[in-house]
Ligand binder design. Sequence first.
Ligand code: FEO
Length: 176
Amino acid sequence: MNLSERTREALNEQMMREIGASYLYLSMAGYCDSIGFDGFGQWMHRQSSEEWDHAMRFRTYLEDRGARVDFGAIDKPEKNFSSMLEIFERALESEESVSAAIADLYAVARDEKDLATQTFLDWFVTEQVEEEKSVKVIIDWLKRIGDTDAGLYLMDQQLGGGISAASADSGSAQAE
Ligand code: FEO
């Protein structure tokens, strides 16, 4: 079954959205690095790579379905933030908008009776739950520690060590 033009366009838009998310995390990494929070910066870099990987999944899928990919323009990402909490709240906003876009894309695939695309999107539905959760855990942490240097230093060490959100959360319990 050929990919309908409507589904192709929606998949292509999502690929560009994922590239935009990668770009935003890269900009956030730059901000964290610029103020000396290398651990937060590494976490943002890892997220940026994951988003790039998501974009490439869409690209490969489009090509596997015999479609051409259109690379569009990417908006300039935000560059300056006022606090770590603000950065992560912005990251959550971005993840929530990606989740909503995946849901819309799923609806298009269902409308077009495109089972292969629905199955392809299942992975992203689960992935978005994980991504939103990991950002929310960090936001909770940041709210707990406030703007204290000691708390931010500890979080920076933990996030730089590649600790997942779930284990970071249990680490927080130990640190208290
Ligand atoms: Fe691939 Fe987190 O959006």
